[in-house]
Ligand binder design. Structure first.
Ligand code: ATP
Length: 199
């Protein structure tokens, strides 16, 4: 699996629709300071479901929408689409190409799409779980991240190893099942209470 292209529109400094095609192998993005290189990796992180504005170097989520310049009006929405090669079926969907889109309007309304079909943020998280690509994955290593991992908390390092080992989805499913069990136990207690009032 590899990143085939990224389409950015209205995101940070990319006011116009910009399509970046990547070939299999290594791609380097070069440019002067402030030209928008990091905005590309922010766009990747954002479309994968990043909710922490600090990780996107902003104060509020709306900051990712093109805010205008002296010569150009601000835009009303930001949209980013990633296109991934999935010919080896690394993502468990039956398509050889998978696109993921996130759209955010100034009103706060947002949309997520997988292969142009609306979905929940949860579906995006599940799609990338254990692939190393998700927003918490190790495929995006920001400045200072390696140092943070090496000197950081043991639990954070463990989370990274769990993602690499491919057990995150099982942990997530276990947590969901435990929550359901807990709810069922609570319901049973309530039913028993009601039954007792009739005895
Ligand atoms: P460096 O080499 O210094 O790290 P860079 O090429 O990575 O720089 P970025 O940090 O990606 O540059 O881009 C910064 C530019 O993006 C700034 O000029 C900033 O004004 C612009 N920018 C950020 N958010 C927005 C926004 N919402 N609307 C318009 N421009 C924005």
């Amino acid at each position: 699996m590899y990143l085939k292209s990224i389409e950015i529109r209205g995101f940070k400094s990319f006011a116009d629709r910009t399509l970046l095609n990547f070939k299999d192998g290594i791609t380097a993005v070069v440019g002067p300071n402030g030209s928008g290189k990091s905005n590309i990796s922010d766009a990747v992180r954002w479309v994968l479901g990043e909710q922490k504005v600090k990780s996107l170097r902003g104060g509020k989520m709306e900051d990712v929408i093109f805010s205008g310049t002296d010569f150009r009006k601000a835009l009303g929405f930001a949209e980013v689409t990633l296109l991934l090669d999935n010919s080896e079926r690394s993502l468990s969907v039956p398509f050889s190409e998978v696109s993921v889109t996130r759209k955010l309007f100034r009103s706060g309304e947002s949309e997520y799409l997988i292969n142009n079909t609306g979905c929940r943020l949860k579906d995006i998280h599940e799609l990338f779980m254990d692939t190393g690509i998700g927003k918490e994955g190790y495929s995006l290593i920001g400045q200072g991240k390696i140092e943070a991992i090496l000197s950081g908390k043991m639990e954070d390092r463990r989370a990274l190893l769990e993602e690499a080992a491919g057990i995150v989805k099982y942990k997530a499913r276990k947590e969901e099942a435990e929550k359901k069990l807990d709810n069922t136990e609570q319901n049973l207690l309530r039913v028993n209470d009601i039954l007792e009032t009739y005895e």
